[in-house]
Design a protein around this ligand. Structure first.
Ligand SMILES: [Zn+2]
Ligand SMILES: [Zn+2]
Length: 295
């Protein structure tokens, strides 16, 4: 809730005219309690999870040839029932874990100083904070994920996420409720250490979720905008982790590749990549020599 009754009051307090975005924010949030603004995040998370994986899932189910060239595990084709069951399971965990976690975490959000008022942050302030959030999340997530690959962690909790050896977008949050709660911690660390505006907070959770959905999409699109992000892992990188399964001691990082590089957990992936490149080169040279003999 904003401490101003009118736009004029807000402008007087700021000592300048409000920007168009600030006028919109004022009209939307001026009389809305802060906890309600925070709870928007629950609706955003649910909508993004439901809508973001839909386009690729629809094309994969009804017109697979259109994107077959980009499929990371081309031989795997899941039936529509797998998509529906995955969605239903994630929605169930959403209602028993994600939603309640968001509901009870409001006092923490208030305590760390996520603000809802004016002025709105500049684009650069938001970008800088989001970069910090992504780096902190990636680091925390790496170590939690790695711990979940211990014998106990995998058997009791993490095996659920690995049910999909060829992941789909809907499987990004497909996990044991305990894993969902645990991995929620690094998502809150960034906003807690570098608190920003509620809009940055919403944007952070939205982008993080879209990133996880892309990483689990099962497709490696060369025209994806994430290709320009330095040290970004992406779908092919995380797909390897799912493909190897529980035995995987490679590619624990969820966003970037630097943790796996620093801690030496990208060896299996690099080895497999080198082997595939060798096989491909061998196949091309065999094909060329067969052509030469036939001439
Ligand atoms: Zn794993
Ligand atoms: Zn995964």
């Amino acid at each position: 809730m904003l401490p101003y009754q009118t736009l004029l009051e807000a402008e007087a307090a700021l000592g300048r005219n409000l920007t168009a975005a600030e006028i919109l924010w004022f009209r939307y949030s001026a009389s809305m309690p802060d906890y309600l603004l925070y709870y928007h995040n629950i609706a955003f998370l649910f909508l993004i999870f439901t809508l973001a994986p839909l386009p690729i899932a629809a094309v994969e189910l009804f017109c697979p040839s259109a994107i077959q060239a980009f499929k990371i595990q081309p031989k795997v084709r899941l039936p529509i029932s797998s998509f529906i069951n995955c969605y239903k399971n994630v929605v169930f965990v959403f209602f028993i874990a994600v939603g309640p976690l968001q509901l009870v975490s409001y006092p923490t959000v208030k305590f760390v100083g996520i603000r809802t008022g004016l002025p709105l942050p500049s684009v650069w302030e938001m970008v800088a904070q989001l970069v910090v959030y992504f780096l902190l999340e990636d680091y925390g997530n790496y170590w939690i994920h790695r711990a979940l690959h211990s014998k106990w962690g995998y058997e009791k909790i993490h095996h659920v996420h690995h049910v999909f050896t060829a992941p789909i977008g809907f499987a990004a949050p497909y996990a044991h409720w305990a894993e969902v709660l645990l991995l929620g911690i690094p998502s809150f660390v960034g906003p807690a250490l570098v608190p920003g505006h509620m809009i940055t907070f919403w944007l952070w959770f939205a982008l993080r979720q879209i990133e996880a959905i892309e990483t689990h999409s099962g497709y490696d699109f060369p025209f994806s905008p994430t290709k320009i992000v330095p040290f970004y892992g992406g779908a092919e990188y995380h797909d390897y982790h799912h493909n190897v399964g529980g035995q995987s001691q490679s590619n624990f990082a969820s966003i970037f590749i630097y943790c796996d590089y620093l801690y030496g957990t990208d060896k299996g992936y690099n080895y497999q990549k080198a082997q595939l490149t060798k096989l491909r080169e061998q196949w091309i040279s065999d094909k060329q020599s067969t052509k030469g003999k036939l001439k």
